[in-house]
Design a protein around this ligand. Sequence first.
Ligand code: G6P
Length: 369
Amino acid sequence: EQIEKGGYNHFMLKEIYEQPNAIIDTYRGRLLANNGIIKMGSVDNNIAKFLNANKIIIVACGTSWHAGLVAEYLFEDLARIPVEVEYASEFRYRNPVINKGDVVIAISQSGETADTLAAIKLAKSKGAFVFGICNVVGSSIARETDTGAYTHAGPEIGVASTKAFTTQITVLTLMALKLGNLKGEISNSRFHAFLQEMTLIPSKIEETLKISSEIERIAAIYKDASNCLYLGRGYNFPVALEGALKLKEISYIHAEGYPAAEMKHGPIALIDESMPVVIIATNKGHYDKVVSNIQEIKSRNGKIIAVVTKGDTTVREIADHVIEIPETEEAFTPLLATIPLQLLSYYIAVMRGCDVDQPRNLAKSVTVE
Ligand code: G6P
């Protein structure tokens, strides 16, 4: 097993560090940046279904559901296609409205999650076209869907999902860009710029991984917290949810993810000097609004750990800690902002003596209801 961990103490850490290469494997042969093309056989062969879709319904569980939420922003923002994101377990039991022209996308690392599989069967029985995004080749979901795309992330052993998440987002980003361009929502020059920027994402993740010792230092300060709040807006809202999920899964610290603006409708009551708040405050999107959210936390003595864009000075003045990530397109921010949150929960869990790769009560894939 030590050999399989390739010199890392845990599979989770190894898989976090594999993300730059995993993303390259995901877009290899699909992203032809120099030709200005995104080639995805399963999308290309069904292009009319996607372009004429009344709506896209995404079904998934756990971390894959969070990738679905990122996709909601991607497809609506870049391709102007309405999206609904559903927990597979709720979707299958609530008599959902599915019409013939709807496209269902099922996302699953393992391709074996029972609820997601059942949701696919239901969607198919109502005549929907079902597209799967799986990591495990030949898995039940890969076989049950009409067609789909593999993430090619390689085996993910750690129960808490890391590289599966960022590679799912990579596939979904390619799809949204392609459809946005074909629909005329993204001009050719903008499309080219997006493709070029995508090729830089792996090295920008490498850059973020290099500051892991700073993140480890922050982890040491907050390892004994009993609660933690994660906030983000827009594209960073699902990232906040995923950050909170990672922390609770492996460190057993209670953590909640919230859209930053919703804080005032509840979580703000929890903020005091013992409450760490992780807030994603990158420079695009709703930056000024997030800065005022940070001020609201500060005035209640909350401890602020902010993920910011390199060179940020405003948030640095207010926050207790800042973690810098490289500048990128707003739509690509989840691919970078996720990384420090994975590392933060990893280090906290290790310091608390938790079994990082096999957290209590959790399974890598849930094949029963
Ligand atoms: C379990 C795993 C999670 C995963 C979820 C969905 O809860 O512990 O890491 O996100 O299942 O799994 P899937 O294989 O369908 O993506």
